[in-house]
Design a protein around this ligand. Structure first.
Ligand SMILES: *Cc1c(COP(=O)(O)O)cnc(C)c1O
Length: 442
């Protein structure tokens, strides 16, 4: 337990500034308490688009994509579309020269709608449906990442395709159990263990036995919110070992190595972030060393960041609906677990700040809760000005990834709009879900 958890009011004495690294780079605090998001006053955006609303800084999304491409120019950088899949975002990714991870016919449909170059698309998933596979083949996606023996058979019968095999490298990303994906005992990938029935060796043999499938490489993804670069080095070393093993056993030299995504971003002050340049440098060294010492040609690298590309570029704006001062002060807002299920799913922590007015009131510990009918519908434990009241606006940073995409319409609350902002100009990227939308389906 940290000191600020024991004595919450201690943490409330912090100066009134935007925590560095948590807010999108172009977000600034005005003299009047207004928050400027990419030069647009947040209270104006709230008035124009309503609340809750997701705001996304387009320039930052593009810059982050560019930073990845610059850090690893020799690699394919595939944006994991599940983090935020809208036409506009996929268009930006195509324009920035990114590749694209998809894991359903629906995500492929959005990619297709914007003409995302098919050869730069990968399809993942531990349980691809026949519709997913058909959509991928119809559009002609570059690579499909195979994740079960059943799928190898099904795809082999459907048509010709370049494929990768997903491996469970046995590397722990040191993250929440629900987003740990590189260890034994979770549903993704083929095991490296000889005593496991459906292991990597069987998968390789099964793919090689399918004349329509061209095995070009291996894939792994160790988890999400991984901040330790050494875990990626470890995964890279193990994957080269597997490439060597496949060469020695089957006489095929696989040229593609996909090391997945999962790069961490900070959600609250002083949380670990990801050292992209260090990652690029150390990965390169690890791969070069491992390959040369085993006399294996350097594979073509693919990486798959999702959260890191869009997460820090987004914020959510809420309006306060009620303040309840009991044993603890609850600030209830007009959204909640329907637009942000991450606290309930992973115990994720967030911060929030009052925007749109200045106050000299003391900051005290409060819990920001949503409007849904569950007591687990909590957004953040934070310090807010004591005079917070109905009608105030709150902003929560780092909501660009896995918010819009994980949103539900629980309690038949319509999902919020996604507003792109660039140079002070706002564009509605996804409109708010209306009662009409809801009624159409129930
Ligand atoms: C979720 C996922 C990613 C992206 O993870 P982030 O944490 O958003 O970077 C990449 N690859 C695969 C296979 C995934 O499942």
């Amino acid at each position: 337990m940290t000191l600020s958890e024991l004595l919450p009011s201690l943490g409330c004495e912090a100066a009134d500034h935007l925590e560095p690294g948590l807010w999108p780079r172009r977000t600034t605090l005005g003299e009047d308490g207004e928050l400027l998001f990419a030069d647009a006053p947040v209270s104006h955006l709230a008035a124009r688009f309503g609340t809750p609303a997701y705001l996304l800084d387009e320039a930052q999304v593009r810059e982050t994509a560019r930073a990845y491409r610059r850090a690893l120019p020799e690699a394919d950088v595939a944006f994991a579309s599940k983090a935020l899949c809208t036409r506009a975002v996929l268009r930006w990714m195509a324009e920035e020269g990114m590749s694209l991870d998809t894991c359903s016919a629906g995500e492929i449909a959005v990619a297709r709608a914007v003409g995302f170059p098919a050869e730069r698309i990968l399809l993942h998933g531990n349980a691809k449906t026949p519709e997913d596979l058909k959509a991928a083949l119809q559009y002609g996606v570059g690579r499909i990442v195979l994740d079960s023996l059943d799928e190898i058979e099904q795809l082999g019968a459907l048509g010709s395709q370049r494929v990768l095999i997903r491996v469970t490298p046995g590397v722990n990303g040191d993250t929440h159990a629900a987003i740990t994906t590189g260890t034994e005992g979770q549903k993704f990938g083929f095991s490296l263990r000889a005593d496991v029935r459906d292991n990597v060796d069987r998968a390789v043999a099964a793919v090689l036995a399918q004349p329509s499938l061209e095995l070009t490489g291996l894939h792994c993804h160790i988890g999400s919110q991984v901040s330790r670069v050494d875990r990626y080095e470890e995964a890279a070393r193990r994957m080269v070992e597997v490439l060597v093993r496949v060469r020695d056993q089957y006489g095929v030299t696989l040229r593609d190595l996909d090391l997945g995504g999962g790069h961490a971003v900070p959600y609250v002050d002083r949380e670990a972030s990801f050292d992209l340049d260090g990652y690029a440098r150390r990965l390169r060294v690890a791969l070069a060393y491992e390959c040369s010492s085993r006399d294996f040609p350097l594979p073509h690298l693919t990486i798959e960041p999702g959260r890191a590309i869009v997460g820090p570029a987004g914020i959510t704006v809420y309006r306060v609906c009620a303040v309840k001062r009991g044993a603890r002060t609850f600030v209830a807002v007009d959204g909640g677990m329907s637009d942000n299920p991450r606290p309930a799913l992973y115990g994720a922590r967030y911060t929030a700040r009052l925007v749109g007015r200045r106050t000299k009131a003391a900051r005290t510990p409060m819990t920001v809760v949503g409007r849904h009918c569950e007591s687990g519908d909590v957004l953040a434990d934070v310090c807010l000005p004591d005079d917070i009241h109905v009608g105030d606006l709150l902003a929560v940073p780092c909501t660009g990834a896995y918010h819009h995409s994980l949103a539900s319409n629980y309690n038949l609350v319509g999902r919020p709009p996604l507003v792109g902002v660039r140079d002070g100009h706002a564009t509605l990227l996804v409109r708010r879900e209306t009662e009409e939308d809801l009624l159409r389906r129930c």
